[in-house]
Design a binder for this molecule. Sequence first.
Ligand code: PGA
Length: 244
Amino acid sequence: MQIISFKNYEELSGYAADFIANSIKNKPNLVLCMASGSTPALTCGLLIQKLKEAKIDYSKFTFLGLDEWVGLPPTNTGSCHYFFQRKIFEPLQLSSSQYFLFNALSDDLKSECIKMDKVIADKDGIDIMVVGIGMNGHIGFNEPGTSFDNLSHVIELDEITKSVGQKYFDEPVELSKGITIGFGHLMNAKKVFLMANGSKKAEVIKKTIEGPLAESFPASILQKHPDGYILIDEEAGSLLKKDK
Ligand code: PGA
């Protein structure tokens, strides 16, 4: 695990966007798995800009959405589907064969998980995974206590996730379950970027880096990823020991 510190959110996002764009340039059939949410929002915008400005061929890469709120339709403005539709698929006019998201409205969520696991296996794994971190240390909907070995799965959401998650919605919604790509896939991803910005993430970043490796604090899994990077701005890194 390596820590890369940036002055601010803009620089952090620019680094991630440039890295992803250059990786697509070098490997056009790259498999990218991304989280939605406030943290990766600017990375998405800058990635689109970079791909277009540098005239990089993005017609062959594969996009995987990390997770989804169970029961929400893609038209809900707080859904992960809506986020990616607006921020990635429409601006790049991606073909629907190029992206894979969980159908959180399915009657058979188990088969949604199996489908996602099969896509990942068929594509020979994830090249780059870009994730955020929740206020309880979750990644995607890998909530505290989730096994580090899980593949795609459905999970009861933690109370913190249910309350913090309200920020994505225009009006209060009842959130109970999530469907997510699991840590078995994260550990097999060739490269992982965990991004965090702002002082509200300082405590969870400190635990991720300095705390014990434990399923009770999911993001600590980055400590054992062979090519895992924590990208932080000054505020998110403000509680770290100085020698880190
Ligand atoms: P955020 O979400 O990027 O909106 O802070 C992070 C998360 O809960 O995974």
